[in-house]
Every structure is written in structure tokens, then in C-alpha cells.
Design a protein. Sequence first.
Length: 247
Amino acid sequence: MRDDGVEMHDEENGVRRREPAFNLPGSLVFVLGLLTLVHAVRTYVLSVPADESVLLRFAFIPARYAVPLADQDLSWLWSPITYSLLHGSWEHLLFNGFWMVAFGAPVVRRIGVTRFFLFWCLSAIAAVAFHTALHWGEMILVVGASGVVSGLMGAAARFVFSPSGRISRQFAHLNRRLSIPEALSNRSVLVFSGIWFLTNFLVGVGQVFGSVGGGGAIAWEAHIGGFLFGFLFFPIFDRLDGEARRD
């Protein structure tokens, strides 16, 4: 991938250096590569019956938790996480990948690799927990990293916006973390969150009153669960305290 970069001036050494215009954290590149590999294998290597077996074993299904756990295999244990590694189509994967790059990069830079993978697992669980609360016992297959991406968006809303409301690609991860009252009184956060919730609300209304065709429905409830988790619990993962590291 070509990276033309941005030319920067190093005042200390009196030389110019090039700052990469596209420089993702390695852990995020790894996750994007893993998601792509998983979907490629499912699409081009596995037979249809084999792929169906993968979905039944690793996708999230709310109905599992309405059945005694002793009467089933252990898919109930890992599927609240493994579903986030599966996608319904290349378009689904590309859409999630785009937003993961936009909001995952500053979060990863701020919390580090280990906490990022822990955040991934817990936000995935929180997303489908909220979904299950509204679809208890239903035989619905949930796949995709959208709940985690929503969690990254919620986490980013706590620190990426500068006082002017703009987002600095290079330094957003160094901003002071906003408290919940501060975030809820920040115009940029409110506009961003409001548009996000409105979009998911409209998706939900459209699915309730509209007809979903042959494709799968959007698990908008999982999006909300992930966003709320990221927004409310981000301080647990934050390596920086509430004080500004860069104003």
C-alpha cells in the first residue's frame, strides 16, 4: 500500500522528516487481517455445509441461553466473542473495517495492545447481552464486529474531540478524557452521539415496520449495547488519568 506521507519539520535537528499519512497500530492491522482471512476461508474454501457448521458453532444465538447449558455443547461459552470474527458478506466486513480504522486507531494508541484485546472481548459480550435482553430465546444468528466497532466509537467519544470540536488524526489519543457530565455537555460529542443513535433508531424502526428481504437484518440493538459499554466503561481501560496529557 502506497503511503506518500506528510512532510514535517524537526525543529530540534533542523531537518525535515516525513510523517506517515496512513499509519495504523500493528494490533489493528492484525485484527483487520484476521477478519479478512476468516471471511475469505468461509467464502472460498469451506463448503456450504461446513460454513453452516461454523455459523452454528461460532455465531451468537440468543436461543442458546433459554436452554439448560448442560443440555448443549460449549458454544454458549465462546460464541459471545467469536461471533465478532464472522461477517455476513464482504460489504459487511468492509463497512466495519472502515469505521474500525477511523475510531479504533486512536483507542488502540491510547490503551495499548493488551487492553485493546480485552476491550474487544468485553464490548463484544456487552453488545450481544443487550441484544439478547430484547430478543430472549429467539433463534437469530448474530455475526459481525459492529458491536465492537460501536464500542470503539463510544470509547472514542470520551476523548477524541478537542475543545474546538475537531479531531486531530495524529494527537487525538493524547487529549484529556472527558467525564460523563463533561461529555454530555460537549456539543461535538452530543452531535456525534445523537446522529449515531438516531441512525440506529431509524434502522430499528425500518426493520420493525418494513420487510427484510433475503439478507440478514441489522442487529442495531447490539450496536447500542456496544456503544454504551464503550462510553460508560472506557475509564477502566484508559492508561491515562483524567488529566490532560496534551491540551
